[in-house]
Design a protein around this ligand. Structure first.
Ligand SMILES: Cc1cc2nc3c(=O)[nH]c(=O)nc-3n(C[C@H](O)[C@H](O)[C@H](O)COP(=O)(O)O)c2cc1C
Length: 176
């Protein structure tokens, strides 16, 4: 396999959810690169119906209380991913709004970039969105999709075998 391809596949194998972080801030240029990835992500009809609130360690007091896990409270960076459905593409056939899909794509790409940077991440959906909106002054009409905690992992990222459904259960060839 070509080296660049190998690097890509190894990266996807290294990613896992990290829930304990070192008490070490992330270099500013790394954070900037991650934010550019969020900006460049694809979205339906290029609507970009998203906002991302960057909460660095010096500001984390404002949202610490929304996490139940100690590890998440200590992450040096939290990115609050928000969707603005009124700005999103809507599928005419059934009225489905793509805002959350678009936000999820941007976040997924950012998580891959963070892995390449040697950082660990965890997507945290189990928060109270009403409380997050209050704490961070997020306006009406904007949804909190999740908070992505980011930091240097306590344990090095390496390939791990994951519990996943077998391919035959999830892939359908030709028809269902
Ligand atoms: C949309 C989404 C929400 C998640 N919410 C949480 C969460 O609230 N708390 C948590 O510890 N992990 C959360 N996770 C991480 C998943 O539990 C994890 O991705 C899954 O168990 C597979 O493990 P892996 O990420 O290590 O491959 C979330 C992941 C996704 C994609």
């Amino acid at each position: 396999m070509d080296e660049k391809l190998k690097t890509f596949y190894e990266l996807t194998e290294r990613r896992r959810s990290v829930r304990e972080f070192l008490e070490k801030d992330i270099e500013g240029e790394k954070v900037d690169r991650l934010l550019k990835i969020l900006q460049r992500a694809q979205s339906a009809a290029n609507c970009q119906p998203w906002h991302f609130i960057v909460v660095r360690s010096e500001d984390r007091e404002s949202i610490k209380h929304v996490f139940t896990r100690e590890g998440f409270k200590k992450a040096p960076l939290a990115i609050v991913a928000c969707a603005e459905p009124s700005k999103a593409w809507v599928r005419r056939a059934d009225g489905v709004n793509y805002a959350w899909v678009d936000v999820s794509i941007a976040v997924t790409e950012m998580i891959s970039a963070a892995t390449a940077e040697g950082l660990g991440t965890c997507w945290v959906a189990a928060i109270d969105p009403v409380e997050v909106k209050r704490a961070l002054e997020i306006p009406d009409g904007v949804d909190v999709v999740g908070i992505i905690v980011v930091g240097y992992p306590i344990e090095e990222l390496k390939k791990v075998e994951k519990e996943r459904k077998p391919l035959r259960e999830i892939i359908h060839h030709g028809r269902w």
